[in-house]
Design a protein around this ligand. Structure first.
Ligand code: HEC
Length: 168
């Protein structure tokens, strides 16, 4: 048993060594990161709980969060603690054929992420931002716009730079 454990540890160490020697191997396994913030699309977010839906004239959206974020919402505890993650999914808003004003999600347009890490992101309210289109991060200019809008009025500032409230 002891020898087996040792072999596992040795294999793990060798694997880590290989990945660091060959950047391609490491990169293929890790999702691409956003410019400025280095935020990635988190694993498993499609299974996360819904905070609220949202819509605009041409889009339908769903905002989900990890357990840390959901607990803060339920306890009405602001600011959100470090490791809170919020993900906004957006789709084109398609009119359901044959119905008068019923809309359904069409093609997905983007996935956006906010990660709380107050030490890493002190200049943007403790939040790191990422916008992904077809799984690829949007450009730097788009990432410069995130915090400016997420801090543009007192209402959102007083809610820790997060627009969405828990839909009960
Ligand atoms: C022009 C204003 C504006 C800009 C720019 C903007 N957002 Fe938002 N964001 C909003 C609004 C409004 C909501 C509320 C949900 C909704 O209706 O879309 C929101 C919601 C979110 C949410 C869900 C949490 C919350 O605050 O409600 C995430 C995650 C998010 N945005 C990420 C981003 C990222 C990443 C960027 C930059 C690439 C960005 N946003 C840029 C206005 C903006």
């Amino acid at each position: 048993m002891k020898r087996f454990m040792l072999m596992v540890v040795a294999a793990g160490a060798a694997g880590g060594g290989l990945a660091s020697l060959s950047p391609e191997i490491g990169r293929a396994e890790v999702a691409p990161a956003s410019p400025i913030f280095g935020v990635r699309v988190p694993d498993g977010y499609r299974q996360w709980e819904l905070i609220a839906p949202s819509q605009s004239p041409d889009e339908i959206k769903g905002i989900v969060g990890n357990e840390t974020a959901l607990k803060a919402y339920r306890d009405s505890k602001l600011p959100f603690p470090d490791s809170s993650i919020l993900v906004k999914l957006s789709w084109k808003r398609d009119l359901l054929a044959g119905f008068d004003g019923d809309f359904v999600p069409g093609r997905p347009t983007m996935v956006q992420v906010m990660v709380k890490d107050s030490k890493k992101y002190p200049e943007t309210g403790g939040w790191g931002f990422g916008r992904f289109i077809d799984g690829k991060p949007a450009d730097e200019a788009q990432h410069k716009s995130c915090f400016a809008c997420h801090s543009r009025n007192d209402q959102v500032k007083q809610h820790d730079f997060v627009f969405t409230h828990l839909a009960r």
